[in-house]
Write a protein that binds this ligand. Structure first.
Ligand SMILES: *Cc1c(COP(=O)(O)O)cnc(C)c1O
Length: 424
């Protein structure tokens, strides 16, 4: 059988991310995808309940996006972005300016989420360096996730990812996320950190910490923390790699804030999952600090595939869909369906906190962490056997479907979760 073949061949030469290969079973071989569905080699279908790590928000193999990319490929495939420029990048910068918070002025291109964060951190450090000031400390939230390159890993709080590299990381001081009941406490922690360290930037996932288990925090609290940074002349960096492009109910989570971040990182849904591309946007004030008659005060940072025209074309086509009437309607529908489901299951004895923001639904299981170890794998298998792809994070089951998911597909996800609760 061909599925056997792919899985067997996979084992021979491939090393998968986030995988302990000694313990791991076979990898599911996917041969085709359309809208919210994935198909394995036997033709068995799976509902992609997490939009392939929250990227393919307009659905797999979206015709509009594929056609824009094909057109671009046939016209201009790729040129380097240093000394040269091209229309897809220019147009994308213009379109992003229309939807990003109004204080954003410049777009720097990278090729994935981690490198967008890396560029943001380097921008912040050089921002002070260019003024002749040494600032060596970053501030970040506990349990944040910002990627797996060294700067991004430093800002991240998840120890299983960055534990072995602890000695090699940048200096980062962590604060808890602001909740309704601890804003004053977190503010005074931050004030003390700002006083005792030479802080360059505060890096955070605004409103929702994705990898931590879709944990929410207070917009008002975050606003006050950014404000405190502004008062102390410390830059703020919003990692909107997960939250960007409509998932929280608005275009960006930063749209819920009054104090806008100086720097914003976008990737994942930026290209609707069609192409690896990311951007680091910044305010005019940040950009201006790099203007000088001295060449070395420029930002000497580049990736070969910066502003890849095919990625830019995918992003432009995605932005056209983002606030289209059909997608806007689907986003509203998903949010209200999530809310009804949340109301239905929140009293279940195995369910703890249930939360919804935009198309994000998170269900914390009310079980001891000890049991959770294998349970997470069992849950994953339970879902996959029933044709639903969900990847629980810690003791949290989350759903973050493509906007184009159908009503019945969404109901099937809810039913499968309900059935799973009965087996725990
Ligand atoms: C996925 C993610 C990253 C890292 O992006 P990669 O493209 O995987 O390097 C960083 N921050 C957040 C919030 C993410 O969700």
């Amino acid at each position: 059988m061909t599925v056997e073949n792919l899985s067997t061949r996979d084992k021979k030469h491939l090393w998968h991310p986030l995988t302990q290969h000694k313990l791991n079973k076979r990898q599911l071989a996917i041969v085709r995808a359309k809208d919210a569905l994935l198909f394995d080699e036997n033709g068995k279908e799976y509902i992609d309940g997490i939009a392939s790590w929250y990227t393919v928000m307009y659905g797999h193999s979206n015709k509009h996006i594929v056609s824009a990319m094909t057109k671009q490929m046939n016209k201009l495939d790729f040129v380097m972005f240093s000394g040269l420029t091209h229309e897809p990048a220019i147009e994308l910068s213009e379109k992003l300016m229309e939807i990003l918070p109004a204080n954003q002025a410049k777009i720097f291109f990278n090729d994935n989420g981690s490198t967008a964060i890396e560029a943001a951190i380097k921008m912040a450090l050089q921002f002070y360096h260019n003024k002749g000031e040494l600032r060596d400390t970053l501030i970040a939230f506990e349990n944040g996730f910002h990627g797996d390159t060294f700067g991004a890993m430093s800002a991240s709080g998840l120890s299983s990812y960055n534990g072995p590299f602890e000695k090699f990381l940048l200096k980062v001081v962590r604060i808890p996320t602001p909740q309704e009941n601890n804003i004053q406490e977190v503010k005074s922690r931050l004030a003390k950190i700002l006083q005792e360290n030479k802080c360059a930037a505060f890096v955070f996932e605004p409103l929702v910490q994705g990898a931590a288990g879709m944990k929410f925090h207070s917009a008002k609290g975050l606003d006050e923390l950014i404000n405190l940074c502004q008062e102390n002349n410390v830059l703020s960096i919003a990692d909107e790699i997960m939250t960007g492009f409509g998932k929280t109910g608005r275009n960006f989570a930063s749209d819920y804030l009054e104090n806008k971040p100086d720097i914003i990182c976008l990737s994942k849904a930026l290209t609707a999952g069609m192409f690896p591309l990311s951007i680091t946007s910044c305010s005019q004030a940040v950009f201006n600090r790099f203007l000088s008659d001295e060449v070395h005060k420029g930002f000497f940072h580049a990736h070969t595939f910066s502003a890849h025209p095919i990625g830019c074309a995918a992003a432009l086509a995605g932005i056209e869909l983002l606030n289209s009437p059909e997608i806007a309607e689907r986003r509203k529908y998903i949010e209200s369906a999530h809310n009804s489901f949340a109301t239905r299951i929140e009293k279940h004895e195995k369910v703890g906190n249930v939360r919804v923001m935009g198309v994000i639904l998170a269900i914390d299981l009310n079980i001891e962490m000890e049991r959770y170890g294998n349970l997470r794998d069992d849950l994953y298998d339970f879902f996959v056997e029933r044709g639903v792809l969900l990847r629980p994070l810690g003791n949290t089951i989350y759903v973050l479907p493509p906007y184009v998911i159908t009503n019945s597909e969404l109901q099937k996800i809810y039913e499968t979760i309900t059935a799973a609760l009965e087996t725990i």
